[in-house]
Design a protein around this ligand. Structure first.
Ligand code: SF4
Length: 452
């Protein structure tokens, strides 16, 4: 689920976050002349929609019946189903949704349980320090999520009298870090508001159900998918329906090898029909649609590839290549007063990448520097910072560690430096402290630093 949610947060559900309002669309488009009615947007091609009400009813029923039988037992689902207090319920769903962005369900479970045990309410979270939040979040990645969650909890407590907004619209409007997807998920699951959600899983399922092969990260397609999700959502069980659609994408309609034979909505799936029969029956063939200018069909230059079957859908524009970065990092070690080995860590700035987390002293490097030069630069940096007479030859090169952030391909060039005595660090510079290995792992440090 995580990558799909990630996709949603960036471009799709991301588009949820950057959802284009009708007003926004008007601003971007040609503005109508004063007094003249705005031109009506072109209606979506009917063949890509669910235009038969009976089919919608059947699809909802099939999906919900499958969900009731096959859904995974997850702690946030249990809380959403059993917590009688609406604020606590919404908080429990909110935490899960934020953690699930960019992160696998299996990884989230342990973090979620620990988080809810430590801060079972908004009020408890609002009183926590950022350091505590970062410590619990350490290893989950995308650290600004925890920070924003806590900032929003503080806002609910201080400005909204501790009461969570009660609609998707207000959740999105009033809570920092809550985009269109998260607001829809909280409102439908916690308050039973009949509003749809669009995340990466939903995008994949809907694009296959309706043979949507245009770039699924484009605003035109995303808008259509939101319309479709809002029209499809079950009116009496919106939260279950939304979770069922996402669950289907996470467990059955998976990216590479979907289990179409086991799919509860296979009879509604145009991609499967296309694969089995070549030509769709109730819905015309994708190549027939719109006679070449359909905004939802695959581009004319990339038609249906029969070797891909249903995985022809969805399609996305090529991803931007991550930026390549190189950083020298030094593990300074000393023998602590109780004889245990200790390591120096410093705190990163409070904004930007990995804000507020702790790391070994590090120095960004220009690309393609000789090893000798990077060692000298690191020694200069450490000398200036610690006041210790660090010489380049004293730094021992340990090796390189590669860590992929979402948009950065980061290589850490790792050195070590054993110290015999104490180091007095300038308190005016970054906060720093000596930690044992055990304390290091309990600190708010990133996965990249743990690799180092
Ligand atoms: Fe996905 Fe296959 Fe089900 Fe269609 S039939 S929704 S492609 S799993």
């Amino acid at each position: 689920m995580s990558h799909l949610r990630a996709a949603a947060a960036r471009g799709l559900r991301r588009s949820g976050r950057r959802a284009v309002s009708p007003a926004g669309k008007r601003r971007k488009g040609a503005s109508p002349r004063r007094g003249a009615p705005a031109p009506a947007p072109a209606p979506p091609p009917a063949r890509h929609l669910f235009s038969d009400p009976a089919e919608v009813v059947a699809l909802r029923g099939n999906l919900l019946a499958w969900y009731d039988k096959c859904k995974r037992d997850l702690p946030w689902r249990t809380l959403a189903a059993t917590e009688p207090d609406a604020d606590r319920r919404a908080y429990a769903v909110w935490v899960s949704e934020i953690m699930l962005q960019q992160t696998q369900v299996s990884t989230v479970i342990d973090y979620y349980n620990r988080w809810m045990q430590k801060w079972p309410t908004l009020q408890a979270l609002a009183q926590a320090s950022l350091e505590e939040v970062n410590e619990l979040w350490a290893g989950l990645g995308y650290y600004s999520r925890g920070k924003r969650l806590q900032e929003a909890a503080r806002k609910v407590v201080s400005e909204l009298a501790g009461q969570m907004p009660r609609t998707a619209e207000d959740l999105q409007k009033l809570l920092p870090g809550v985009g269109r997807y998260t607001a829809g998920a909280i409102a439908s699951i916690s308050y039973r508001q009949a509003t749809g959600v669009v995340d990466g899983n939903v995008i994949r399922v809907l694009c296959r159900l309706r043979c949507i092969g245009a770039d699924s990260s484009s605003p035109a397609v995303i808008d259509r998918l939101w319309d479709m999700a809002n029209a499809l959502v079950d009116r009496s069980r919106p939260g279950d329906f939304n979770q069922a659609l996402m669950e289907l994408g996470a467990t059955v309609c998976v990216p590479r090898a979907p289990l179409c034979g086991e799919c509860p909505v296979k009879q509604h799936c145009q991609a499967r029909r296309r694969k089995l029969f070549g030509k769709a029956t109730a819905v015309p063939d994708v190549e027939d649609c719109g006679v070449g200018d359909c905004p939802l069909c695959p581009p004319a230059l990339e038609p249906w590839d029969s070797s891909l079957g249903v995985t022809n859908f969805p399609r996305k524009a090529a991803k931007k290549q991550p930026r390549v970065a190189r950083t020298a990092t030094c593990v300074l070690e000393r023998r602590g007063c109780h004889g245990a080995q200790e390591y120096l860590i410093v705190q990163r700035p409070s904004s930007g990448l990995l804000a507020g987390l702790w790391e070994f002293p590090s120095l960004p490097l220009a690309q393609s520097l000789q090893e000798e030069k990077q060692r000298e630069l690191l020694a200069d940096h450490l000398r200036a910072w610690t006041g210790w007479p660090v010489v380049a030859e004293g730094l021992q090169l340990i090796g390189e560690v590669v860590h992929i952030f979402s948009h950065i391909h980061q290589t850490y060039v790792v050195y070590s430096l054993p110290l015999d005595g104490d180091v007095t660090l300038d308190p005016a510079l970054s906060p720093s402290r000596w930690v044992t290995e055990e304390e290091f792992h309990a600190s708010a440090v990133s996965t990249a630093m743990k690799k180092v």
